[in-house]
Ligand binder design. Sequence first.
Ligand code: SAM
Length: 286
Amino acid sequence: MSADTLPPLREVIASHGLAADKRFGQHFLLDLNLTAKIARLCGELPQSTVIEVGPGPGGLTRALLGEGARRVIAIEKDPRFIPALDDINSAFDGRLSVIEADALKVGRDALGLKADERAVIAANLPYNVGTALFTGWLEAEPLWWSRAVLMFQKEVAERIVARTGEDAYGRLAILTAARAKAKYAFTLPARAFTPPPKVDSAVVVIDPLPNGERFADVEALSVVTASAFGQRRKTLRKSLGQAASQTRASAEELLVSCDIDPGARAETIPPEGFMALATAWRAARG
Ligand code: SAM
């Protein structure tokens, strides 16, 4: 079988009995223009190993291989898709390997990357695990990926790229900014998927900051942002109290040491302010 002779995705879904299973967040993207558009956001594919999470019947997988990806390693939890993915592998000269597993449990070591190889991550993420996977990748050290092109629910994509002061600004935007640069690429209406989900989706392109520029203490950052945004409407003097109670300093002292107005609210403080607070929190823990 060659790439040209692979049957259309709808036929593959029908012939292999691959009806979408809601438990696995399955909404398939069958429009070849859209899958190619996502693949082209991945950068220099002929030089890249791509990690794809949740290939399903393989629409995006075909696009990645068709655009010349040197290798695609796909992680799929639902075993029903394996035969269809095997056919794609045969059609694209063995450039696809499939790991049948829960992607939340697959670490860098299981991917078979070379010692200092950086992969591209591409995925139409299952909604129920998308944010957990993304934050795990953001926090990974040493970092094993050079770019991630990810589809999320539109509302999650907005929270990733949100700027200070916007409604969607919060913990996810701050963690992302501390570790990477994220760009909102485009919106996909719910009707682009089979079956359509309840909400629209969006693709985000994430490029990690260079080594040495990524904020390292993600644990401290998580503590201060959880505290600050846990009571979003309160002033930081109050809302940061929970994080400060784990240190020798008061919330007021932590804030003043970072030149942050204790009367301000969390959504008005840019990511750099929270990184400074995380550093001060860690120092005050002793
Ligand atoms: N990539 C395909 C597409 O764009 O048509 C399918 C996308 S569908 C939204 C999500 C896929 O992720 C499904 O194939 C589902 O079985 C798979 N999946 C769900 N949870 C997973 C997990 N924890 N680990 C790996 N794959 C998972």
